[in-house]
Design a protein. Structure first.
Length: 625
């Protein structure tokens, strides 16, 4: 079950908005609360103000604390006063301390961590709540007893988890154990003969490294294939699919995002879907919740599942996939472990590899055609900590060094208008994507989107517009869905089929804006039309420029990457590596070579706190293929 806060509800009632504003919320936050809780928002907020800090992104604990103090001292609800008493009682109440601890754990989860070192949690909780460490210890024990938090030893030290993530990591561990110890359906042929036949059928020649990866993949209950660009991951997937299908095995191919699924379908010729689609997520109109159609009680009836772009899979999604995967099903996990970690909590692919408990193939050889691409060559140089070889304007990898940010901005706009290096005309402007490490600043996504919209899609009497907040949406704009919305309805313009679900990272184009109703219609994947009323527009952003994180799982004919000073957490090697590998035919870096070198030199990145590797090492034995 997945909470779906921002969809499927009617527009908020004005009286609800007014009541929330009376409690001290701004109009924007009041709308956010209504989208989450509907007309029950006032009752929920008054009943437990701390709940909103834990459940609603963007609302801080101090805001909830202020609401709690306000409601406790007002006559809005006598029950609140009875519950919290005066301010002094509220400050030191067990309920408040528990909410503060859960808020901290939730914020860590939002940053990708499944757990927190106990000492770090204690320090932050004492600072946030202004109470003694003994009070924190007492309340932690209560949270352990009632099952809202858990504690485990990770790498020899105590860590605190939200129980949801503790259980997810343990279930992922047990799911892998179950599949690895099972007996997959036999192939009834020598693996070497099957591989040779697949080579002939597909018209490919596999290297010894690739043959080994294919052989081990088809014989294992669980197998991981990892490697950088040009190392043949997709070729291996093609060969594995061919072998399974000719053996009469049912195979599903899936990826974390719609764009990644579309890319693997184009590369292999095999039908592919998002993992959510594979698991048959559906929306319950009454409960306003998402549920899994496929789960431990209704498993996927498949002989093999191949997951591509696995670096993007978080622990909750992997848990759901493993729960729905029947014993005896082969699971093949493919991805580049040097890409950025998933947006959600956990670091599953890296934890799998670091544990050493699941057999894997680490591809290192770059194949002839890929080796001719400076994009691929330079991506591997960056991954090794070496500086790229920026070629001349006739190559597919170009560095335009600009010492002034304003000059770099002008170049980005010029490039996106179609004025490409070497006079290239083979890539249309709609195939050029700006990928920025930053959200803010002159070369951040927010400012770049305004400038690029003005240059590429200026106002016109023939184009309708819709203002929302500080943004103006215009027909013809490139936009992106920024949250998973499982209930958003869409219609396919080709076959008239209907469905639900537009997902975080999906890029589309605004095709129509109804100036009377304000409804904005966006087309995704060229044929899927989805409509957004006012409350839905908070889920849409312009996508002329996108962050590196939002680009994961996608490929674009050409990418333009501005390189200038940014927050230290963004100046990392794996971030620039991920950005470079999004370009298929052309990569252009614009900006400071010194900053680029700083990013490549910085291989620290951000540590993700996770228990999965430790759990796998403790409980699993490697099952050799």
């Amino acid at each position: 079950m997945v909470t779906q806060p921002a969809a499927g509800r009617a527009a908020p009632h004005p009286a609800t908005i007014k009541a929330l504003k009376t409690l001290g919320f701004s109009y924007t936050v009041a709308v956010k609360l209504c989208n989450a809780y509907g007309d029950e928002a006032v009752e929920i907020v008054k009943g437990d103000p701390y709940r909103i800090a834990i459940e609603i992104p963007g609302i801080g604990f101090k805001t909830a604390d202020a609401v709690a103090a306000h409601t406790a001292s007002s006559s809005l609800d006598d029950d609140i006063g009875a519950c919290y008493g005066d301010r002094a009682t509220a400050e030191y109440s067990s309920h408040r301390i528990a909410a503060g601890i859960l808020y901290i754990l939730t914020r860590y989860a939002a940053e990708g961590h499944t757990c927190v070192p106990r000492a770090k949690l204690m320090q932050r909780a004492v600072g946030l709540l202004d109470v003694s460490s003994d009070d924190i210890e007492d309340t932690l024990l209560e949270l352990f007893i009632d099952g809202r938090a858990s504690e485990a030893i990770v790498d020899g030290s105590p860590y605190i988890f939200l129980s949801r993530y503790f259980l997810a990591e343990r279930r992922v561990c047990s799911g892998f154990m179950r599949l690895m110890s099972s007996e997959p359906k036999r192939l009834y042929s020598d693996p070497g003969d099957l591989i040779t036949r697949a080579e002939a059928w597909l018209g490919i020649g596999l290297s010894e490294e690739q043959r080994t990866a294919v052989r081990d993949s088809i014989q294992s209950g669980v197998f991981v294939v990892t490697g950088g660009p040009g190392t043949g991951k997709t070729t291996i997937i093609r060969a594995v699919i061919d072998i399974f299908e000719h053996a009469g095995l049912s195979v599903a191919v899936a990826a974390p995002t719609g764009r990644a699924a579309k890319r693997i379908k184009e590369a292999t010729g095999h039908k592919a879907s998002t993992i959510h689609r594979l698991l048959e997520y559906y929306y319950d109109e009454e409960a306003h919740e998402m549920y899994l159609g496929k789960n431990a009680k209704n498993e996927l009836e498949l002989d093999a599942i191949i997951i591509d772009e696995a670096s993007m899979v978080d622990v909750i999604l992997m848990e759901a996939l493993l729960d729905a995967t029947a014993t005896g099903t082969r699971l093949i996990i493919v991805g580049d472990a040097d890409q950025l970690p998933p947006v959600g909590a956990g670091d599953v692919l890296r934890d799998i590899l670091a544990s050493g408990r699941i057999p894997c193939a680490v591809l290192t050889e770059i194949y002839r055609q890929a080796a001719e691409s400076m994009i691929v060559v330079n991506a591997h140089r960056v991954d090794r900590g070496e500086y790229p070889d920026a070629g001349d304007e006739g190559t597919d990898f170009v560095m335009l060094e600009r010492g002034v940010m304003g000059d770099a901005l002008s170049d980005v706009i010029r490039l996106c208008s179609g004025d490409l290096p070497g006079g290239r005309t083979d890539i249309p402007s709609q195939g050029i994507q700006v990928i920025s490490p930053m959200k803010k600043g002159l070369l951040g996504c927010a400012h770049l989107n305004r400038e690029l919209q003005a240059a590429l899609n200026p106002p016109s009497p023939s184009k309708s517009e819709r203002k929302y907040g500080d943004r103006v949406f215009r027909e013809g704009d490139r936009v992106m869905q920024i949250r998973n919305n499982y209930s958003l309805e869409w219609t396919d313009s080709i076959d008239g089929s209907e469905g639900r679900g537009v997902f975080n990272g999906d890029i589309g184009v605004i095709k129509d804006i109804d100036t009377f109703s304000g409804v904005v219609t966006v087309v995704y994947d060229e044929t899927k039309y989805a409509s957004y009323a006012t409350e839905g527009l908070m889920e849409v952003e312009h996508a002329y420029a996108i962050t590196v994180h939002k680009s994961q799982g996608s490929e674009f004919p050409a990418v333009v990457i501005p390189i200038y000073a940014a927050a230290p957490m963004l100046m990392t090697r794996n971030l620039i590596y991920t950005a470079i590998t999004r370009g298929k035919r052309l990569v252009i870096l614009v900006g400071s070579m010194d900053r680029l070198r700083q990013m490549i030199d910085n291989d620290r990145g951000l540590t993700r706190y996770s228990g999965l590797k430790s759990f796998m090492m403790e409980y699993m034995e490697i099952n050799e293929p």
